[in-house]
Ligand binder design. Structure first.
Ligand SMILES: [Fe+2]
Length: 163
């Protein structure tokens, strides 16, 4: 059981802002929700909040990848690998067996916020720009096979231990 008397530091919080938008509304909404879930991480309900966040990361990555794959985004495979690398980093962090403390929550929040912003403003934004000029103007004639998305869902589920 955690003591409620632990010294409280100001939490490391980065709020979502419109400047993070990539112009694909579903992706933007999901990114926004990710920031909310990162902010909600807390020691008192750490297991629940971490699980909720990871579940949503899996959902979001799957949705984003499906959107990329369906629209024929040329850098899809490369982007998928970035998501996988991220999942591996998070799995390493969570798997090191350390007990949760305010500092460890803070460290996780900092890592997640930094990664999200770096990733969104570089790689997701690249997709957003491509999407604006290609996907809506030239929708694919047929939906590609979604095996990669399904396989990646399994990959994340394994790494994160999501049921
Ligand atoms: Fe992404």
């Amino acid at each position: 059981m955690m003591e409620a008397t632990e010294v409280k530091k100001a939490p490391y919080v980065i709020e979502w802002r419109d400047g993070f938008k990539i112009g694909v509304s579903q992706v933007d909404q999901e990114h926004r929700h990710l920031f909310t879930l990162v902010r909600a991480l807390n020691l008192n309900s750490v297991d629940q909040t971490v699980e909720e966040l990871l579940d949503y990361v899996v959902t979001h990555f799957s949705n984003e990848q499906e959107l990329m794959e369906k629209s024929g985004y040329p850098a899809f495979e490369q982007h998928l690998r970035l998501h996988e690398e991220f999942a591996a980093q998070v799995a390493d962090f969570l798997g090191n067996g350390e007990a949760w403390t305010e500092d460890r929550i803070q460290e996780l929040r900092r890592f997640l916020n930094k990664w999200l912003i770096g990733h969104i403003m570089t790689h997701d934004l690249r997709f957003g720009k491509w999407h604006a000029s290609h996907a809506t103007a030239h929708p694919p004639a047929h939906a590609p096979v979604l095996q990669t998305t399904i396989a990646s869902r399994g990959f994340f589920a394994r790494l994160f231990g999501v049921r």
